[in-house]
Design a binder for this molecule. Structure first.
Ligand SMILES: Cc1cc2nc3c(=O)[nH]c(=O)nc-3n(C[C@H](O)[C@H](O)[C@H](O)COP(=O)(O)O)c2cc1C
Length: 281
C-alpha cells in the first residue's frame, strides 16, 4: 500500500514473510485513517534507504512491523533499521506479529531503534495465524477462512486500541520490561546460536518443480538463482517461508523433506487470494 510521493503523518515500514504483517500494517493504516490521521504502509522490500529516509523526514510518527522468528526480528528488518540514518527523537512505534508468544518481540527492534535516535513510545504484539508449515515439526496451521476470520477479528480490535493509544499520545509499551526480556531471551539466544545452521535447509523437489521461477522472484534475500536453467539455492535463507508456502505446486523442501500434501496446501496468507507480489518491488 502507498505510493512514495506526497507525505503522510504516520508512515509504517514492515517486513512480512507470508502476509500476516502486511495485513496488520494495512489494518493499522485503516485504524489511523478512522481517527483522521493520514497514514501509509510500505513493505521494506519496495524501498531504497533514501526513499525510506525521505518518508521518515516527511512524517510525524514512524511505525515498524515484522514477524517474530524465535523471539527475534527477521534479518531484512534488522538490516533495514541498521541502514537508516540517525534521527533526533522522532516518535516511533513497533509491533510484531506472532502465532503464540515472543516475550519481548516488539522490544527487540525497539532497542535498535532507540540506538538510532528514535523515541519509541509504543510497542504491541499481534497474534496471527501460524505460518510454519514445514513437515519436520508439523505445527498446526489453517487456511480455513472461518478460522482466519476469527483471528483477524481479534487482531483488528487490538489494532484499533493500539492506534488509539498512539493517536492520544499515551505511552504503551508491551513487553518492554526486564521479565519479558528475560523470557524472550530464553528463546532468542539459542535461536540466534543455531540460526546459521537453518540457512541452508530450503531446497527444491525437482521431480515436482514446474520451473515457474516464483521462488526466485519472491525470495526477499535472493536465496534462489538459476544456474544453467536449473534453480539452485545459495544457503542464505532467513526462514521466512514465503517460498515454501507460496510455491504453486508445493515443491520447496525443508531439510530435504517435501511438504506433507495430506495436510493440505501450506499457509497461503491471512486472506483468500493473498498475493505475495505486493511485498516485493
Ligand atoms: C522461523 C520462524 C520462527 C517463528 N517463531 C515464532 C515464535 O517464536 N513465536 C511465535 O509466536 N510465532 C513464531 N513464528 C510464527 C510467525 O511469527 C507468525 O506466523 C507471523 O505472524 C508471520 O508473519 P508474516 O506472515 O508477516 O511473515 C515463527 C515463524 C517462523 C517462520
Amino acid at each position: 500500500m502507498g505510493n512514495k510521493s506526497g507525505s503522510a503523518e504516520i508512515v509504517i515500514f514492515y517486513f512480512s514473510g507470508t502476509g500476516n504483517t502486511w495485513w496488520v500494517s494495512n489494518e493499522m493504516v485503516r485504524q489511523f485513517e478512522k481517527l483522521g490521521r493520514p497514514a501509509r504502509a510500505f513493505s521494506i522490500e519496495t524501498l531504497s534507504v533514501n526513499e525510506a529516509t525521505e518518508l521518515i523526514q516527511d512524517s510525524d510518527i514512524v511505525g515498524f512491523g515484522y514477524p517474530i522468528h524465535g523471539s527475534d526480528l527477521p534479518v531484512p528488518m534488522k538490516t533495514f533499521i541498521e541502514e537508516l540514518p540517525v534521527v533526533s527523537g522522532k516518535k516511533a512505534f513497533v509491533f510484531c506479529t506472532q502465532w503464540l508468544w515472543s516475550g519481548d518481540g516488539a522490544a527487540v527492534a525497539g532497542t535498535l531503534l532507540h540506538d538510532k535516535g528514535f523515541n519509541v513510545q509504543w510497542g504491541e504484539h499481534f497474534l496471527m495465524p501460524n505460518n510454519v508449515t514445514v513437515s519436520i515439526i508439523s505445527l498446526p496451521y489453517t487456511n480455513d477462512p472461518d478460522r482466519l476470520t476469527g483471528v483477524l477479528g481479534r487482531a483488528a480490535k487490538r489494532a484499533a486500541l493500539f492506534a488509539r493509544e498512539i493517536d492520544a499520545g499515551r505511552v504503551s509499551l508491551r513487553g518492554f520490561n526486564q521479565v519479558s526480556f528475560y523470557l524472550g531471551s530464553l528463546q532468542r539466544v539459542p535461536f540466534r546460536r543455531v540460526f546459521h545452521r537453518f540457512q541452508n535447509d530450503i531446497g527444491i523437489d525437482y521431480d515436482n518443480c514446474i520451473d515457474c521461477g516464483e521462488c526466485v522472484r519472491l525470495c526477499p534475500v535472493d536465496n534462489f538463482y538459476y544456474e544453467e536453467k536449473v534453480i539452485k539455492t545459495r544457503g542464505n535463507c532467513i526462514i521466512c517461508l514465503r517460498c515454501y508456502n507460496f510455491c504453486p505446486v508445493a515443491a520447496i523442501t525443508h531439510m530435504g523433506r517435501p511438504h506433507l500434501h495430506g495436510r493440505g496446501e501450506p499457509y497461503k496468507g491471512p486472506v483468500k487470494d493473498f498475493d505475495p507480489s505486493v511485498l516485493i518491488k
